[in-house]
Write a protein that binds this ligand. Sequence first.
Ligand code: TYD
Length: 200
Amino acid sequence: MSRYVAFEGVDGAGKSTIARLVADRLMEIGHTVVHVREPGGTRTGEAVRQILLGTDSHPELWAEALLFAAARSQLAAEIVGPALEADKTVVSDRCVYSSLAYQGAGRGLGMDQVRRVNEAGLQGVWPDTVILLRVAPERGLAREDEADRISVEGIDLQVSVASAYDQMAAAEPDRFVVIDADLGVDEVVKRSLAALGERW
Ligand code: TYD
């Protein structure tokens, strides 16, 4: 059985903080945890991250979607797939659902199309649990400490991204756990761990 959890949400939902705390806690209770972030996590992926998030690059929409998918494909082949094979627990800051929300819905490429290219790149390496940290998009943007090329685009993109996440959570209720990100760090971590405890 695989244990692969990804944290998702609009920019500024607090994914990175929560993912780190959850990973730490899982290690304390005996999991061998591999903690990754997207885009990135491999040499190839970090190089792609520079292209994607640097404010000096201007990829076309499909180029952007394929670069995210390329970084993710490398991460799946090099890190996540082997970790799951070795019965390790994978905690990820974002995953394929970010691409469905941002590129598929936010950029208007179509969630099905974006899912298909990612499926090709991932070869079945797919999170069993997605924890959606839900926050109002304008609050998320206000909380962002470091703006990147995508989060600087403003509220309209974030609003369509937020609604895509809600739609996906409703469509895949067995995979998604939705947590109100405004509850405070301790409570969000507690609920995340409780949800994982029930599943795993
Ligand atoms: P991230 O580093 O998680 O930023 P934050 O912590 O601010 O949420 O992600 C960087 C940006 O990349 C963020 O705006 C979301 C975007 N993104 C996509 O558009 N598609 C993707 O597939 C991924 C993984 C991220």
